[in-house]
Design a protein around this ligand. Structure first.
Ligand SMILES: Nc1ncnc2c1ncn2[C@@H]1O[C@H](COP(=O)(O)OP(=O)(O)OP(=O)(O)O)[C@@H](O)[C@H]1O
Length: 267
């Protein structure tokens, strides 16, 4: 296995007068017990763009992503800052439940509730205090349309979500996350369990959502990263080695490790 420098990196910095940042990390470090899993996470994620996180298995992509809405709180020590609208959401005084309304997450495997399609979206909204039936209906419809699922389910919203295909279930989970009106959407390999047609629909939905959200997505598929992301971060052994516009990462990366990874000569 080739060894690469872990200190040599290239991180694109944004001009704050031209680009609005939806989420940013500062010196993010993660420890699972004594194991140092993430070293130097300093990244800015622009609004209205999709950022893909790529890298070999175990490089730290999910660890990094899960920090962004505090999913690692109970299993790891997470040091550093995560800025959302100027607030450090990694601080101990943050109400994590409230924060997650702004920073939503969709997991690798679709995880709908064993409830109807309608209730999968309405139930969390009710728990968040929305009781008005008209508003609930409107928000269910809006989020299903945003996730490009409405046309496929609108005639039978009472159907069990578990009867949907995997691809439909994943778009339902996206709709459920969107119903809370987040600004940031985190996705951990959302298409890994889907067939190519479902993946295409999911990618189209994400492409449309990008106009309104900050989207950050872990993917194992370099083709997917190059198809739908605007920016790409390459991870290696707990370090962010390179972050740049996706076209640069795939055509003229600055770092040898990135070039080897994207050209299949890695390791
Ligand atoms: N809950 C945990 N406890 C201990 N170590 C963990 C835990 N989760 C992840 N790790 C370790 O942290 C490192 C990074 O793992 P992580 O899952 O973030 O990588 P990844 O790049 O997302 O991998 P994959 O592509 O396989 O999902 C790995 O060495 C992994 O074994």
């Amino acid at each position: 296995m080739k060894t690469y420098s872990l200190t040599e990196n290239y991180i694109h910095k944004f001009d704050s007068t031209k680009t609005t940042i939806g989420l940013a990390t500062e010196d993010l470090q993660v420890f699972y017990g004594d194991y140092h899993a993430m070293y130097d996470g300093n990244l800015q994620f622009p609004k209205h763009a999709i950022t893909a996180m790529i890298g070999a298995s175990g490089s730290g992509k999910s660890t990094f992503l899960r920090c962004l809405n505090r999913m690692n709180d109970d299993i790891a020590t997470v040091q550093g800052k995560i800025f959302y609208q100027g607030i450090d959401i990694n601080a101990s005084n943050i109400n994590v439940y409230e924060m997650r309304k702004h920073v939503g997450m969709v997991f690798q495997r679709p995880n709908p509730f064993a409830k109807s399609i309608f209730q999968n979206i309405a139930y969390p909204l009710k728990k968040a205090g929305i009781k008005n039936k008209t508003e609930l209906k409107q928000r269910v419809e809006k989020s299903l349309k945003q996730a490009a699922l409405w046309d496929e389910v609108k005639d039978d919203l009472k159907r069990s979500a578990l009867a949907l295909s995997g691809g439909q279930q994943q778009r339902l989970c996206i709709a459920r996350a969107l119903a809370m009106n987040p600004d940031v959407l985190l996705l951990d390999e959302p298409a890994s369990a889907l067939d190519p047609i479902s993946t295409g629909k999911l990618e189209q939905a994400l492409h449309d959502l990008q106009q309104q959200y900050t989207i950050i997505m872990v993917t194992h598929s370099m083709q997917q990263a190059s198809r739908i992301s605007d920016y790409t971060a390459f991870f290696h052994m707990g370090h962010v080695i390179e972050f740049d516009r996706t076209e640069n990462i795939f055509t003229k990366p600055h770092i040898q490790a990135t070039e080897d990874y994207i050209s299949g000569n890695f390791g």
